[in-house]
Design a protein around this ligand. Structure first.
Ligand code: SR1
Ligand code: MG
Length: 423
């Protein structure tokens, strides 16, 4: 038996020597390491990401660090997140084939995953900031969410398998803890690592932190997030976790995967489209973004519609788990009973999705982890105007989520707030 080497972070300088004998990598890029070209391209908050090009191809090597990259070694974070990412990717590939990068190799001890290099894909967030309209994202992401969220739940899986999987992912404690604090609590008090565009947003931030209804709602959502282990979530499905071309969409980075409410992934994703919408005014130096704004709202409509339609299709054709079993409905000739239950479930997902979207908007403007949609607006007054509108929108959909009945209603509100001169 070969002894396990202690964890050691890779670098551009050491990668070829460390992985030169890795068969999976060599089979994809060629084994002549003198021809390898290594770049570190990680721009996320947590990990190292290398692109390695060789004589016959390229691959991505992603390695977890024992701390949060964004903050430094004062915030330790376990390497096991790489294990959860690997296992989430294998499940997503099985449940929604072709929607994630292919995995070439996983090394648990070194917390590294060698995977397909997606090219010429770029990060969706970057594309939206540039004003690019991607024709396929709504359909591809809507299908991905419906398939992974339905097929990872007790609606579809054998109870024994889902419970085993639930136990496996239950250990992703530290990454859940990040979400529990950063998304649901920190934005609503003066938490140590928070920041916001100041002084422009100071008054609005104070108002939000004094807003009892909002804080109660955020905690109700946190409770749902923590207690409703409904399905295997991606866990961090924002526009920075999606790579795109005009014809292809791939979801990446599911290291926050764990069992939680179906509505969480959907809400986080849609929040990122709504933030892209509110940030467009900040990117208008090179031309108006009116059609981009219309496009983004259309994307939310189509994504939700594709998600609903596919989820409903799976409900009717793949409901093989212990929940709402067919023996109670279709097998007794009661098709309508099953439809009633589906309607009820989708209504719950809708209502909770709006809440999760609202708090996701808030945390990206008030918390530690901001997003480039707003951060790349250099003019701070203009940035604050965009952010203030998004904050108002987020508060409205989180607090009033039970009274909002359609995505058109949400988008009318977004358009109305976007046109306001004063916030
Ligand atoms: C400390 S990690 C901050 C954020 O980065 C990740 O992408 C997640 O969104 C997390 O909340
Ligand atoms: Mg990530």
């Amino acid at each position: 038996m070969t002894a396990k080497l202690p964890f050691e972070a890779l670098s551009v300088e050491t990668l070829a020597a460390r992985l030169g004998a890795n068969e999976a990598l060599c089979s994809h890029i060629g084994k002549d390491t003198s021809r390898w070209n290594v770049r570190e391209v990680g721009d996320g908050n947590l990990n190292l990401v290398f692109i390695v090009e060789g004589a016959t191809g390229a691959a991505v090597v992603k390695q977890a660090l024992p701390y949060v990259r964004l903050v430094g070694d004062s915030w330790p974070l376990p390497l096991k997140r790489s294990f959860f990412e690997y296992h989430a990717l294998t499940r997503q590939q099985a449940r929604a084939p072709g929607s994630v990068p292919a995995i070439h190799h996983f090394d648990e001890g070194q917390a590294l995953i060698i995977m397909e290099y997606l090219s010429p894909h770029i990060i969706l967030r970057r594309a939206l900031i540039e004003g690019r309209q991607l024709p396929k994202i709504a359909r591809d992401i809507g299908l991905f969410m419906a398939r992974t969220l339905f097929r990872g739940s007790d609606l579809h899986m054998a109870a024994k398998d889902r419970k085993a999987d639930l136990a496996l992912f239950a250990d992703n404690v530290e990454l859940c803890d990040i979400t529990e604090n950063l998304v649901f609590s920190d934005p609503y008090f003066d938490a140590k690592m928070n920041r916001h565009t100041s002084p422009q947003l100071d008054r609005i931030v104070a108002e939000l932190r004094a807003d009892r209804d909002l804080k109660v709602e955020a905690q109700r959502l946190k409770h749902i997030f923590a207690a409703n282990a409904e399905t295997l979530l991606h866990g961090d499905l924002h526009s920075g976790s999606i790579m795109v071309t005009d014809t292809e969409t791939r979801m990446i980075d599911p290291e926050f995967a764990f069992y939680g409410p179906i509505a969480f992934d959907v809400g986080m994703l849609l929040a990122n489209f709504w933030m892209a919408f509110f940030s467009q005014r900040g990117h208008e130096q090179n031309g108006k973004r009116d059609t981009m704004r219309v496009y983004l709202l259309d994307v939310t409509v189509e994504t939700w519609s594709v998600f609903r339609t596919e989820f409903s299709h799976l409900w009717r054709t793949e409901r093989t788990g212990m929940l709402y079993q067919k023996s109670l409905f279709e097998d007794q000739g009661d098709r309508l009973g099953a439809e009633q239950a589906l309607d009820h479930m989708l209504h719950q997902v809708w209502t909770d999705m709006l809440g999760f979207a609202g708090v996701e908007v808030h945390r990206r403007i008030l918390g530690l982890a901001h997003n480039a949609d707003f951060e790349t607006i250099a003019d701070e007054d203009l940035r604050a105007t965009c952010e203030a509108k998004a904050l108002k929108f987020g508060r409205h959909i989180a607090v009033n989520r039970r009274q909002i009945h359609s995505i058109d209603e949400v988008n009318k509100l977004a358009a109305l707030i976007e046109r306001e001169n004063r916030i």
